[in-house]
Design a protein around this ligand. Structure first.
Ligand code: MN
Length: 440
């Protein structure tokens, strides 16, 4: 049986509507063309709660309807923050040549041709329904809060994994029965497989994820169709396959891989799939650890036409003015979107190498001045003046004020001048530097 598998459509954000609509429409055209017999959307059809009058909602409904006019559709509940519970209810009413089955509880569903979708009352069927053409075990997003209420917040994540493993293994028997009867078996869920890699290349290790590949394969379904992780990836075992198609469109900078959907070929004893790439937008990110390299930007400009481009740089405070934003904008004028993200590193971040090895405070100051490129001796002189007892400084100031004649009241001053005259000689100092001394 040929089954189309789309996931993580994320309709809702007006800024990405054009992207997700174009990619979803392309994917549906492709799977219709390829003769998909059933379609599965494995969660996160929406990005957040959306109003029914929003263009995103209408676009999604129109596309799901188009799919339902071609073949039976199964929509699974995804992450609650993306798809608030109840979001999918309306799709049951959508109509179309074939029914849309909404899977928002743990159960099994079978596509039975003329009888349409048949769902189990309990978490599984006792027997494979008569006329079943495919048996689908549905495990929508698990509400960790419910589990936490039962076992405590600290244990909730691991408990979810353990309970899901027991549940999945529980589907094994009926799936074996179906296979024996010649019915293809499918699992559909939304969550993280321990050891998978996110769209940003981060491996998801640890035990606090919903699934392991072992627990998924234990369900004995020929194909396990997953959603949640936006990077396409798959695992194989004895002809059985677990896979994420990844998100249908490119939603964020840094997502390098091709985007698309899967067209599965599922038999009672095994599965394979073909990845169908969608025309996701090109996103180009240029990152510089210092000043933007105009040569590199010029070289990238040829490729930037029509792409979404982000240029990031990191620059010291005093070099801030040396970045020619206008020139960057001019070079990348052909981009569909241009984001310039300059990060100014405050002076306070500068480390003074070797300063900790110098014992005397005056020498530390000299070393700092040397590294910071400022003249140090006048500062060392003032430091000496500040190191006398405060009373002595105050009485000196009061004496000066009374006589109107500055006197030498700072005994360590090598310049032989008083505080007032010394201060008047100080170079203009950026108040920021006074408030945020180096090393803090
Ligand atoms: Mn998602």
């Amino acid at each position: 049986m040929h089954i189309a598998h789309l996931s993580d459509l994320h309709f809702g954000d007006p800024k990405t509507l054009a992207e997700v609509e174009r990619c979803t429409a392309f994917a549906i055209d492709a799977v219709v063309e390829a003769g998909a017999e059933v379609a599965v959307i494995s969660g996160d059809s929406t990005d957040h709660a959306i109003d029914v009058h929003s263009p995103s909602f209408v676009a999604l409904a129109r596309l799901v309807r188009r799919l339902a006019d071609h073949c039976p559709v199964l929509m699974l509940q995804g992450t609650f923050s993306h798809e608030p519970p109840g979001t999918l209810d309306v799709f049951r009413l959508l109509g179309g040549r074939f029914a849309v089955h909404v899977a928002d509880r743990i159960h099994q569903a079978a596509w039975c041709g003329a009888q349409g979708w048949v769902a189990s009352d309990a978490w599984r069927f006792d027997d494979v329904p008569a006329g079943a053409q495919v048996l689908v075990s549905c495990v929508p997003t698990v509400n960790k809060a419910t589990v936490a209420a039962a076992v405590g917040a600290n244990a909730a994540a691991e408990a979810v994994g353990q309970q899901l493993a027991a549940l999945l293994a529980g589907f094994g028997e009926i799936n074996r029965q179906a296979a024996t009867a010649g019915v293809p078996t499918v699992g559909v869920s939304h969550g993280t497989v321990s050891g998978c890699v996110t769209e940003h290349g981060v491996p998801m290790a640890g035990l606090d994820h919903e699934f392991t590949t072992g627990s998924l394969f234990a369900a004995q379904a020929s194909a396990f169709m997953l959603g949640h992780i936006h990077k396409h990836q798959a695992w194989h075992q004895d002809g059985r396959v677990v896979a994420y198609p990844g998100s249908i469109g490119r939603l964020h900078y840094g997502e390098e891989d091709a985007k698309g959907c899967l067209l599965w070929d599922v038999s009672p004893h095994g599965a394979s799939f073909r990845f169908i790439e969608t025309p996701s937008r090109r996103m180009l990110h240029l990152t510089f650890s210092g000043r933007p390299d105009m040569g590199a930007i010029r070289a990238a400009a040829a490729d930037a036409a029509g792409a979404f481009v982000r240029v990031r740089w990191q620059i010291a405070e005093e070099e801030r003015a040396s970045v020619d934003r206008d020139e960057i904008e001019r070079l990348l004028a052909g981009a569909a979107e241009l984001r310039l993200e300059g990060r100014v590193v405050p002076l306070m971040r500068a480390r003074s190498a070797g300063i900790s090895a110098v014992p005397a405070l005056a020498d530390k100051l000299r070393r700092w001045a040397e590294l910071a490129g400022v003249e140090g001796e006048p500062l060392v002189d003032r430091l000496g003046q500040l190191q006398v007892p405060a009373e002595q400084i105050v009485s000196g100031i009061l004496r000066d004020a009374a006589t109107g004649v500055p006197s030498r009241h700072a005994p360590h001053s090598s310049s032989g001048q008083g505080i007032f005259s010394a201060v008047s000689e100080l170079p203009a100092v950026d108040p920021e530097r006074i408030r945020r001394p180096p090393g803090q």
